[in-house]
Design a protein around this ligand. Sequence first.
Ligand SMILES: Nc1ncnc2c1ncn2[C@@H]1O[C@H](COP(=O)(O)OP(=O)(O)OP(=O)(O)O)[C@@H](O)[C@H]1O
Length: 266
Amino acid sequence: MTDNAIQVRELTKTFGEGRSFLGRERHVVRAVDGISLALRSGETLAVVGESGSGKSTLARMLVGLEEPTSGEMFIAGRDAAGLRRRGPRAFGKIVQYVFQDPVASLNPRRTIQDILEVPLKLLNGYDAGRRRARMTELLDAVHMPADTLNRYPHEFSGGQAQRIAIARALAAEAQILILDEPVSALDVSVQAQVLLLLQDLKRRFGLSYLLISHDLAVVEAISDRVAVMLLGKVVEEAPVQEVFARPQNAYTRQLIASAPKLRASE
Ligand SMILES: Nc1ncnc2c1ncn2[C@@H]1O[C@H](COP(=O)(O)OP(=O)(O)OP(=O)(O)O)[C@@H](O)[C@H]1O
C-alpha cells in the first residue's frame, strides 16, 4: 500500500441516477464500473481506451472533481473520502491535473506570475520572497526563461503553454500528476520535447504519473504499465512491452491494430 501513489478498489461512478422531474426513470450510465488498480510510486501508468470508456471520469475522481458513487481511493496513502471532507485544496497538495489544452487551462487575463503564485500561496502558504524564488526554479525546471513571468498565456505557443501548465502543477509540490492527453493538442514536432521534459521531471522530482492517452505511440514512449479501459472496466493491465507484444484481450488487440502511427514509427 505505502508504495502506491494511487490505489483504487471497486471504484464506480454512475451518472443519471434517480428520476427526472417528470418522474421517468433516467438512463443510468456506469462511466466507471468497479475498477481496481494501482499507480506505483515513481511509475507512469497509462490508461487507454476509446472515447467514452471512462478515462476522464476516473481521472476527475482522482483529483476530487467528481465524487465516486462507491468504492475506495487512496491517494499518496490518504483516504480520498477524508480528503474530500477537507475540501479541494487537500487534493491539490498531493495530486495535480495537467489538461489537454494548455492555453485554455491558463487564465487568459492573468500573467504567468499570477498563475504560478496561486498554488504557491494557497496550497503552500509561501511568503512573497519564497514564491519569487520558487517561480524562478520552476520556470528553469521546464526550460522557460525568467521573463515568462510578466507575460500572458496567449503570448506562448502550445508547447510553451504546456510547459507553463506543468510548472503550475509542480508549484503545488504534489508528487502525483494526472496527465490528460498532455501532448495531443501540440504539433508533432513539439510533442517529443514535452514528453522528454515530463520524463526528466519525473526522475528529478520523484513524481508518479497517471497518463490518459489515446495515442499508443505516446503511451509506449513514456509508460511503465498500461491499463486498458472498455465501457468503464479495466480489461487488461500489464507492463507496457507486454501489452504491445502480447495483448491478451481482444479489445486491446483491436486498439493496437488500429494504431498505424505506432507500427509506422518502428
Ligand atoms: N457529467 C456527466 N453526466 C452524464 N454522463 C457523463 C458525465 N461525464 C461522463 N459521462 C458519461 O460517462 C461515460 C464515460 O465518459 P468519460 O468522459 O469518462 O470517457 P473518456 O474515456 O474519458 O472519453 P474521452 O476520451 O472522449 O474523454 C460516457 O458515456 C459519458 O457520456
